[in-house]
Design a protein around this ligand. Structure first.
Ligand code: FMN
Length: 170
């Protein structure tokens, strides 16, 4: 599929079929994430693949946003590794993991898998429940799985602003 068509067709999937994600597809998704650019190529990201029955049950007990996905990716970064901008002291770890996850999201879409990026969750509760080390910041979750037959884009998917609303040519 042409990239623009892929970007247009991808949507947030919030209902999954019972089909598991194959190891090959999971490896492909994670592998493309590892190709993502990061500040100074430090690659401070850490990706936790939650897919055991116990892990999924725990994730679902902590958030309804895990939906019925067979896999939940929990993405964090090493706070003491990520690059810090010398001009304003801003740590770009969250930017790094956003790019990694965008790569994974689009690879999943290419494979016919669905994802939903989850920012509305208790990151501290997830970090504690899954034993994430203190030197990492959990930033977001991403559900992953085969879309159910009923899955469809929400109306928000179609609400793209016009370039004239957000782009300024200087
Ligand atoms: C940073 C970020 C955080 C998001 N957090 C959530 C979330 O917590 N729960 C949810 O259901 N969707 C979440 N989404 C999905 C957005 O609602 C969705 O991408 C947007 O409405 C556009 O729809 P589409 O992905 O179907 O094109 C998030 C997306 C992004 C990029």
């Amino acid at each position: 599929m042409d990239f623009t068509e892929l970007a247009r067709k991808r949507y947030s999937v919030r209902d999954y079929s019972g089909e598991p994600v194959s190891d090959g597809d999971l490896d492909a998704v994670i592998g493309v994430g590892m190709l993502a650019p990061t500040g100074k190529n430090i690659q401070p990201q850490r990706v936790y693949v939650i897919r055991s029955p116990e892990g999924i049950a725990k994730a679902r007990s902590l958030t309804r946003m895990a939906f019925n996905a067979p896999v939940v990716l929990m993405v964090s970064y090493k706070k003491d590794e990520a690059w810090v901008c010398p001009f304003d002291g801003h740590c770009i770890g969250e930017t790094d993991v956003a790019i990694v996850s965008t790569h994974m999201m689009l690879k999943a879409a290419e494979l016919g898998l669905g994802t939903c990026w989850i920012g509305c969750f208790d990151a501290a509760a997830f970090a504690e429940a899954f034993g994430v080390p203190d030197d990492e910041k959990v930033v977001h979750l991403m559900t992953l799985g085969h879309p159910s037959e009923k899955a469809e884009p929400s109306p928000m998917h179609y609400a793209s602003k016009a370039p004239s609303d957000v782009v300024r040519y200087l």
